[in-house]
Design a protein around this ligand. Sequence first.
Ligand code: BG6
Ligand code: MG
Length: 221
Amino acid sequence: KLQAVLFDLDGVITDTAKYHFTAWKQMAGRIGIEIDSDFNESLKGIERMQSLERILIHGQQEQKYSQAEKEGLAQEKNDEYVSLLANLTPEDTYPGIKELLQELQEKKVAAVIASASKNAPLILEALQLNTYFHSIVDPSGVPGKPKPDIFLKGAEQAGAKPSFCIGIEDSQAGIEAIKTAGMYAVGIGDDRILKPSGADIVYPSTEELTLQRLLAAAHMI
Ligand code: BG6
Ligand code: MG
């Protein structure tokens, strides 16, 4: 019954969520805005310019910059982020992910990347995981998470019906997006954070992700 598994990237496939946080913290710090890990939860899954808006509001600087200046700030963050990605190797893939992708490939279930990140192709290449994915959703011009569109587009690309899809996410916005898309939502992380957003099941780590477990949890055996 399972037709496709839609994977978020940052914080699900690899630990790039920490690099996003580091890069935002650095940029925000430079303009006098402090961000902590609690606030960072509200940035996870959120598209780049939207994240910047949230940071400026958080620091009560939402009126301070022109559009061009905001683009400069986002560029500054991305340059730092991309430089942190330079050391990424296949060993940085989270535990259990490659095995799950191999199982999906064997069972001919499509694996799709449903990430808000414009850096997704770069990261998948560094991890050497390209060949396991049916496709990557291009997030440009698509309403961002928590809207369901990125997940719906992923399902459509794979020719899958949302009710026969599983989405995997580490962010509150992403879990909400999966549920609104009408899919089974698997959270990776803290269930006290992800359950309230609507996660159907939460695993503390990707190590727990086996196809058999997912099928049983989602009643898709
Ligand atoms: C999401 C991350 O996957 O991608 C966010 O959780 C990030 O933190 C967003 O802002 C956009 O990423 P990028 O690489 O296009 O800036
Ligand atoms: Mg994520």
